[in-house]
Design a protein around this ligand. Structure first.
Ligand SMILES: Nc1ncnc2c1ncn2[C@@H]1O[C@H](COP(=O)(O)OP(=O)(O)OP(=O)(O)O)[C@@H](O)[C@H]1O
Ligand SMILES: [Mg+2]
Length: 343
């Protein structure tokens, strides 16, 4: 649906060149919700702005719905942009216009009649839960309501693609959840492909199907969300995953933590499990079978992409051969990784 091929963007700042995007290749499948995460300055906004040509890429191709946007004239581009809605972190509403008039704006600009506008706007007010607010002004709305108006406005021209740049980072957790729920409904019911830029792993965890990580203008990792959480491949993705599962060993352990084993040290193991494994008594089984003891340092069960996923950090105590046997038993059933040792 969206294909970026070898996309590059260089900014010239004070005689120096800054590579904001460096050879990005990325495919967003039709009907999916695709997340791009990265730290501040990684190039996320530049990337999403290239998808609708708000930013002209230096080289490479941007293909949306089979059409290479880099080849289009200004007029052709304006037409194609009706297929691409966009929402922003700070909503970008017109303060002098009511909710209804804000949503109607793209249709007005496209020359629609007031009857056509009404036919389009009324269902959008319903969809976004803004019926009661149709005549309010942006200053009279909460942040969540403002973002709902921005979403309705982005949907007014019946786009096939919705681009969201940090659409929830100005909102509190509860409002974020309701906006993410709305985006999911829009994706499912209107069959709109959604590309979400975010630095919040919670967004990825809650609604995305696939995810890519951007770092210094380069796409360093890409995967379906479940595999990404289960098996992050780079240091940065590991950090993002840990931020989402609040995984940090207890302070008492951290001070005793060492990266290499020493005489009498015990392994600290991260165990990740999905689906039905979450409800299986694997730890107690290992303990009984091999006579080992487990100290739970951290534990969390999260819903990732609609599935339960467990994250556990344990210290395993016992005879060396029994500890090894416990780990082999666990490895046969769940994902196990030695993250360090304590003594
Ligand atoms: N118009 C511009 N002119 C010059 N440099 C720019 C321009 N826009 C972005 N940059 C630079 O390009 C890099 C990527 O910026 P971008 O806004 O894409 O980052 P981001 O990942 O969206 O960050 P954030 O999470 O803070 O929004 C940054 O170093 C930024 O300073
Ligand atoms: Mg940004």
């Amino acid at each position: 649906m969206i294909e970026l091929k070898n996309l590059t963007k260089v900014f010239k700042v004070g005689g120096r060149e800054l590579k904001a995007l460096d050879g990005i290749n990325l495919t967003v499948p039709e009907g999916s919700i695709y997340g791009v995460i990265g730290s501040s300055g990684a190039g996320k906004s530049t990337l999403i702005r290239c998808v609708n040509m708000l930013e002209r890429p230096g080289s490479g191709r941007v293909i949306v719905d089979g059409q290479d946007l880099t080849q289009l004239t200004g007029k052709e581009l304006r037409l194609v942009r009706h297929n691409i809605g966009m929402i922003f972190q700070h909503f970008n509403l017109l303060s002098s216009r009511t909710v209804y008039q804000n949503i109607a704006l793209p249709l007005e600009l496209a020359g629609a009649s007031s009857q056509e506008i009404e036919t389009a706007v009324i269902p959008l007010l319903d969809l976004t839960g803004l019926k009661e607010k149709r005549d309010s002004y942006p200053s009279q709305l909460s942040g969540g309501q403002k973002q709902r108006v921005a979403i309705a406005r982005a949907l007014a021209s019946k786009p096939k693609v919705l681009l969201c740049d940090e659409a929830t980072s100005a909102l509190d957790p509860q409002t974020t959840r309701s906006i993410l729920g709305l985006l999911k409904d829009i994706n499912r019911e209107l069959k709109i492909t959604v590309l979400i830029i975010t630095h919040e792993m919670d967004v990825v965890k809650t609604i995305c199907d696939r995810v890519a990580i951007l770092s210094h203008g380069q796409l360093i990792e890409e995967n379906d969300v479940e595999s990404f959480f289960l098996n992050p491949k780079t240091e940065l993705s590991r950090e993002f995953v840990c931020s989402a599962i609040h995984q940090k060993p207890a302070a008492e352990v951290e001070s005793r933590f060492q990266s290499e084993p020493t005489e009498g040290s015990r392994p600290v193991v991260r165990i990740t499990f999905v689906g039905r494994r979450v409800v299986e008594p694997l730890i107690t089984r290992a303990a009984r079978q091999f006579g080992t003891d487990f100290v739970i340092l951290q534990a969390d069960i999260e819903t990732v992409h609609g599935k339960s996923m467990g994250f556990l950090m344990v210290e395993i105590m016992g005879e060396e051969s029994d500890v090894e046997a416990s780990m082999t038993f666990l490895r046969d059933n769940v994902q196990v990784e030695v993250v360090g040792y304590v003594s």
